[in-house]
Design a protein around this ligand. Sequence first.
Ligand SMILES: [Zn+2]
Length: 373
Amino acid sequence: MERNGSYSVRSGYHWLHNTECRRRNPRPSSSMAIDPRLWKQIWKADVPPKIRNFLWRALRNCLATSANLHKKKIARTPMCPLCNDHPKTTEHILLLCPWVEPVWFGCSLNLRINRQAVTSFGQWLGNVIENGRTPQERSRCLTVIAYFCWQIWKDRCKAVLEHISPSPARTTHAAAIAINEFLGSLDHGRHQTEHPTLSNDNQHHLWNPPASPFVKVNVDASWNPNSKRVGIGILIRNTHGDFIKGSSIPSVANSAIEAEAQACLEGCKLAAEMGYRQVTFESDCKEIISPLKGPLSNGRWEIYPILSIVRDVLNCFQTYVWTWIPRTANQAADHLAMLATSRMSPEVWVNRPPSSLMHILNKDGLPCPPRSA
Ligand SMILES: [Zn+2]
């Protein structure tokens, strides 16, 4: 309870978290038993602990909903403060409040919420996950849903506390970025444990395809300090790991870092020309990733002008993520950069990579590029 006597989601949340959840109420919200298989899946879900916990609370009806707070005499009304309409239950907050409809449709699973069919959050979650998918797809599906629920809850709390309208587009983007970053780190970690003898060695990280709906752009540069010549390598691959486009671009630069910055710029330009809207960029140069992820002033002064142009080009993407990867996960782009050093003019490959790149693409664990033609 706030000083003025009204409730806030935050105070209500803490109150409920500290009391209601600890009591371990054995019955979920709509008195519908939750399939034990669903609990199992949630415990092994590929999500960070805080999100698993959140999902657990939602299924246990331990979220600080108005209806719950009203029952505990904290909230004055059980109605939803955002739509002023339906009682604010877990189902309403995460699935039925009108603003979340476009959020769910915008997620990579393109979910349409059938209002009439939703009886409880647990039942809905179980149905979506079970719906004729392989175990691997079920796990990916659960990760996506968990992140979206978490983001919806966070953005909803913010909207209620700050008396502003929630933005479905912002919520969708924030969740998509978080998922992509999390799965990226998870995949690298996994490959590490799959090769226990190499597990302490960062050099053995592998490349991984992006999560849908992203494409992945790998960029790299090689620089010759004597001739100042630069080779830039760019590679675009999709969520199946298919080679879409690659390019080798010769250039000149005064330093290795300037060459890397040029590679980032060329990668952005290529993805923008192709009309992609959701892009993950990977570089093995930490000094470039840091200013691109944060303020440009994090970077060295001599690359500031190039990175400002990168920032301008990035504006044409709906969602983008910059990720640092070890050199071994960036070998394909590295190879195209090497090819560029022996050329006088840029070269572009569409759908079919140069044959010298094939063994690296195969090593990245990819299907070979189009077998037909
Ligand atoms: Zn509502």
